[in-house]
Design a protein around this ligand. Structure first.
Ligand code: ADP
Length: 481
């Protein structure tokens, strides 16, 4: 009875070709026979509704071609009786994009579905086209609730407005990369809760155009353990500082009374020694010896605790100068032992000069102390490992059983009797603490009877004040970690 202009356009009929004709002229041949039945049903229960929910509907044009449609029906009460007004929407486009999604699904489903990370694929407009099972689990959605939705549904409210710009940026320069480098990223679950994520993006070129596949990793656990680690470190640092302070104060305060004991015993021996018998003088000697030993111990402990409490900031330090100073301090011992000492040129490293001197001094003095029968031959050298320099102090002394390689660096750990070799067992602990403070490590390679080589590493100093090109070249060769 009535058609509008859009009907003419969609079905390619002129109005006068339609008016007065049965509506079946617009229905493909194969559905025509059922149509009058459906119409009768509608008139029997006339209510506004969609036509044949669930079935696919088609219109047919004058030229016989078909197109998919959706049809809304509505009864109209008029003076002439009941009429039906039907609104017919051509859904060709919608179907096409739906099919496109299905093709993409089929193509990527296999790759993406079983991935252990949440994977979400979106198109240029930011519409989700594909998600995998892990996405459903992580975000608490069913995939039907996500597909064809804007991806911002997964992004917390406060970041949403910026998101489209980031997306445009990605499509403008599509390369596999991490999202939001340096920013903290969060996902938003269906229930409104958030969780920290890391997101990898990768462009996917398809027949349907460019898409982005994003892999989303929930890093809640990692963040939590990082936080735990940070707290544990803080606690450790605090207790370390307390321990160091204790060691420092104790050793510092012990010095004075010790000095008194030792000097008064000495006095007693000198001034009253005559009045004592042999045994009495022996006792006094033992007491003096004990006090002296305690003094050395306390002095070494104090030095050890000062490594961290009194250390100067690390600065570019010429290792050659430090070694030279150390050897000067040991001049007498070197001479007494008739040692042959050779050194390679050493680099400038990041260190505290007086501590580096003490380090060389300890290692060389051990090399002299733990000498064998033969003439001590000691060599100090190293090799360049890029940003790091590996020093060594090699001797031909008595050597160390490899089973003690770790133990000797522990405080008070000695392998010898005090009568054979004097010492407190603090020297190597001091060396280790120094090297570690400088950011390096120390170890020994040795064989009993075949001498020992002590190695330690240190960061080389980056030349400063020079021209930038030189600095840059240095950095590219290998800067300190
Ligand atoms: P100390 O020399 O006071 O005993 P150290 O901490 O310097 O303390 O050394 C710990 C132990 O390591 C020594 O007792 C010694 O047994 C062993 N040691 C250190 N340096 C050498 C060396 N160059 N050759 C053989 N043994 C060594």
């Amino acid at each position: 009875m009535l058609v509008n202009r859009e009907t003419e356009a969609q079905f390619s009929y002129r109005r006068d070709e339609l008016l007065g004709k049965p509506v079946e002229i617009l229905v493909p041949e194969r559905f025509r026979s059922q149509h009058p039945g459906h119409r009768e049903d509608f008139f029997a229960d006339p209510q506004a509704r969609r036509m044949s929910e669930g079935r696919e509907l088609f219109g047919v044009r004058k030229d016989g071609s078909e197109f998919p449609v959706e049809i809304g029906l509505r009864p109209m009460e008029t003076d002439e009786g009941m009429l039906v007004l039907s609104a017919i929407v051509d859904i060709t486009e919608r179907k096409r994009s739906h099919e496109k999604l299905e093709r993409l699904e089929q193509r990527f489903r296999a790759t993406v579905e079983s991935a252990p990370t949440a994977m979400v694929m979106i198109d240029r407009q930011g519409q989700i086209v594909l998600v995998n099972e892990e996405t459903e689990k992580q975000f608490g959605y069913h995939r039907e609730e996500l597909v064809e939705q804007p991806v911002e549904i997964l992004v917390p409210e406060r970041f949403r407005s910026r998101h489209p710009d980031y997306r445009k940026g990605f499509f403008a320069d599509p390369q596999a990369r991490r999202m939001g480098e340096g920013r903290d990223l969060f996902g938003l679950r269906k229930d409104g809760s958030e969780f920290p994520v890391e997101i990898g993006l990768r462009p996917m070129e398809t027949d349907e155009g460019m898409f982005v596949l994003s892999a989303i990793v929930d890093i809640t656990e990692r963040k939590r353990s990082e936080e735990q680690m940070r707290r544990a470190n803080e606690a450790l640092e605090k207790s370390n500082v307390e321990l160091q302070q204790f060691a420092y104060i104790a050793s510092h305060d012990l010095q004075e009374p010790l000095r008194k004991i030792s000097s008064y015993c000495q006095l007693l021996k000198e001034e009253q020694g005559e009045r004592l018998d042999e045994e009495g003088r022996e006792y006094l000697d033992v007491a003096i010896d004990g006090a002296e030993r305690l003094k050395t111990l306390v002095r070494d402990l104090l030095t050890l605790s000062r490594i961290t409490t009194r250390g100067k900031p690390l600065a570019a330090t010429d290792a050659d100068d430090c070694l030279e100073a150390a050897l000067e301090n040991l001049e007498l011992a070197i001479e007494e032992n008739g040692a042959q000492l050779t050194c390679d040129p050493l680099p400038v490293v990041m260190a505290d000069g007086s501590q580096l001197t003490l380090l060389f001094q300890n290692l060389v003095s051990n090399a002299l102390k733990y000498r064998a029968e033969s003439v001590p031959v000691i060599h100090i050298g190293g090799r360049d490992l890029g940003g790091v320099y590996e020093f060594f102090v090699r001797d031909n002394g008595i050597g160390i059983d490899p089973q003690f390689n770790q133990r000797i660096f522990k405080i008070f750990q000695r392998l010898h009797n005090r009568r054979d070799y004097s010492g407190t067992g603090i020297g190597l602990a001091l060396c280790q603490r120094t090297v570690e403070r400088f950011g390096g490590r120390i170890w020994v390679e040795s064989e009993p009877g075949a001498g020992s080589t002590f190695f330690f590493t240190m960061h080389k100093a980056i030349p400063s004040g020079g021209d930038n090109a030189q600095v840059r070249e240095y950095v590219s060769v290998g800067a300190p970690d």
